[in-house]
Design a protein around this ligand. Structure first.
Ligand code: URA
Length: 209
């Protein structure tokens, strides 16, 4: 699959397996998601632009590289995106944050927007949209469509888990948006859940039902 990056690192895969277990507590699910998001941030930010600055070590002056974290925006799709956002922010603390509130209409499974708040100057920024589950793709497609209206420099999509249907839908609607994920599971069920998956990510992060 083009433009899909499966982060097949042993640490990522190990943590994902622990999260999938139905007996994982809310506490450990949240902690693992946080750790996994930090590891994913490593791949997602691999091609971030760098700039050179003059610094002084205890030994001498040198020119060294730094990233301009402020140009990066993590856009979290509420509410489950928060789980990934926290982990990513802990490794890129200078990043800006936007939120999109979308709920899934239980009958049509389409995305309905109820909240949209972004930093200023989005046309100067690189965006990473975060949502743990890329399932039907409807929320991801709606979020990217809305963000493209702001003409950002680039958009990536990062999720914990997806399925062939979700990848195909997002790629068909937005072939220019690379997808980063820890795994592509077998299939989507008739209720829009990923199989074998990990259940409802929002409920598992927040301990709701
Ligand atoms: N959202 C979830 O939280 N889980 C799924 O399996 C699909 C969508």
């Amino acid at each position: 699959m083009s433009n899909v990056h499966v982060i097949d690192h042993p640490l990522v895969q190990h943590k994902l397996t622990l999260m999938r277990k139905k007996e994982a507590s809310t506490n450990s699910f949240r902690r693992l998601l946080n750790e996994l998001a930090m590891l994913m941030a490593y791949e997602v930010t691999r091609d971030m632009p760098m700039q050179e600055v003059e610094i002084e070590t205890p030994m001498e002056k040198m020119t060294a590289k730094v990233i301009d974290g402020k140009k990066l925006v993590f856009v979290s799709i509420l509410r489950a995106g928060t789980g990934i956002l926290d982990g990513m922010l802990s490794v890129v603390p200078g990043a800006r944050v936007g939120h999109i509130g979308l709920y899934r209409d239980p009958k049509t499974l389409t995305a309905v927007e109820y909240y949209f708040k972004m930093p200023a100057d989005m046309h100067e920024r690189d965006i990473v949209v975060v949502d743990p589950m890329l399932a039907t793709g409807n929320s991801a497609i709606a979020a990217v469509e809305r963000l493209k209206e702001l003409r950002p420099k680039s958009i990536k999509f990062a999720c914990l888990l997806t399925c062939p249907e979700g990848v195909a839908a997002l790629q068909k609607a937005h072939p220019d948006v690379p997808i980063y994920t820890a795994a592509i599971d077998r299939e989507l069920d008739s209720h829009g859940y990923i199989l074998p998956g990990l259940g409802d990510a929002g409920d598992r992060i927040f301990g709701t039902k």
